[in-house]
Design a binder for this molecule. Structure first.
Ligand code: SF4
Length: 393
């Protein structure tokens, strides 16, 4: 199983390298390896995560070549003669990002949270959910299976803001995963002091998923009592300064959010200029004060993705699981055909997965990981997308 195609190193410029995939050129950052032109690497999210023996890479590429060209052709055909907003966004994606599609795995390792965000099902004041924490050994074992058996090259490690995972424990976790796995580690652990994030970066975590949720300060203050939007933006900018490949974005459909707010949300995402944009619909959870609020329509979410793609043609945009939840059969496809070019697969062990209920009815809860992988690969094949690394803009 493979979620990334090896690329050939053609140029090295300090920490930046140029990688070629079937004649296409992409940039990637390299901090782990001593590389020479002619070597082969796997890159994810624009970061070199492992090297591959030349012979093995050439065999893989030989097997891929015909499939790759057919996928490109299909993608190009589906992007022709755009008329609607979604089709124009898809054609823009095709023109600027080609048919590359990242597939990230996500392990939700703790649903304890010290925060009380109004929209979130695992907020600390929701006493109705069963709490869990995975041990470090359990997380490492799951990561090992995901990378070395299932072929994932990027893993999001997500939790609530859980102080039980001290800096020491997180450092141990990151180091142990990097020792066993050639993978891009994406931290999604919320507010932590900048020096902690710096040490985690040095330990091997090179990406961070950290959304600002809304660009409207008033709504932000209402949703996250006691917290300020400015502090979140400062943290995101500091993570970028450290070197993290940041994934960021916002919630669509929060109470009080207007069309203007959504355009401001897109603008702020563009200003932050993250490596990947992440826009998810707000889906009310019965264990929160917002239980009776409305669920946004699928079209509202697709419109945001499409507008963001057209405004920021070089961006990478993920289809969130929340979007897939709005339309379990067709949400992923519709997101990818409206400008998105990345997907997530939930790899949380089944015994915990149901309890990470940030919103209800999450897509994929009833599927085995193997079935979900098969579904995603079938979808990508059907719309001509290839798992090459998208590379740095
Ligand atoms: S959104 Fe994040 S920080 Fe807020 S309650 Fe949920 S898990 Fe905690």
């Amino acid at each position: 199983m493979c979620y990334s195609i090896p690329g050939k190193v053609v140029k090295i410029d300090g920490k930046m390298i140029t990688v070629e995939y079937f004649g296409e050129i992409r940039k990637a950052k390299n901090e782990f390896y001593d590389l020479m032109p002619g070597q082969y690497v796997y890159a994810q999210g624009g970061f070199v995560v492992s090297t591959v023996e030349v012979k093995e890479a050439q065999e893989l590429l030989q097997n891929w070549k015909e499939v790759f060209l057919k996928l490109k052709e299909k993608d190009l055909r589906l992007a022709r003669e755009p008329k609607t907003l979604y089709q124009i966004a898809n054609a823009t994606r095709q023109k600027h990002q080609d048919n590359s599609c990242c597939v990230h795995g996500i392990i939700e390792f703790s649903n304890y949270c010290a925060c009380d965000c109004m929209y979130c099902g695992i907020r600390k004041n929701n006493r109705e959910i069963k709490r869990y924490r995975m041990t470090i050994d359990e997380i490492v074992k799951q990561a090992d299976t995901a990378v070395n058996k299932l072929g994932f090259k990027a893993l999001v490690l997500q939790s609530g803001e859980d102080p039980w995972y001290t800096e020491k424990k997180l450092l141990e976790l990151v180091k142990k995963i990097r020792e066993k796995c050639g993978v891009l580690i994406v931290l999604s652990i919320g507010d932590r002091p900048v020096p902690v994030y710096k040490n985690l970066y040095e330990a091997g975590a090179k990406s961070a998923l950290i959304r600002f949720e809304t660009a409207n300060e008033i709504i932000y203050g209402k949703m996250k009592e006691g917290k300020k939007l400015k502090d979140r933006i400062d943290l995101i900018n500091k993570l970028k300064e450290i070197g993290y490949l940041v994934i960021s974005g916002f919630l669509i459909g929060l109470p009080g959010q207007t069309e203007y707010d959504l355009m401001e949300d897109i603008r702020l995402t563009g200003d932050i200029n993250p490596e990947m944009f992440s826009f998810g619909p707000f889906i009310p959870h019965k264990g929160t004060p917002l239980a009776k609020e409305r669920i946004p329509a699928l079209d509202e979410v697709l419109t945001v993705i499409a507008r963001a793609r057209i405004l920021y043609p070089e961006s990478k945009i993920v289809v969130t699981t929340a979007l897939e939840t709005l339309d379990k059969k067709g949400g992923a496809r519709k997101g990818l055909m409206s400008g998105a070019n990345s997907l997530m697969i939930n790899l949380t062990p089944e015994k915990y997965r149901d309890h990470y209920e940030i919103y209800p009815g999450r897509k994929g809860m009833e599927q085995t990981v193997e079935d979900r992988i098969a579904e995603v690969l079938k979808l990508l094949e059907s719309i001509g997308r290839a798992p090459t690394d998208i590379g740095l803009a």
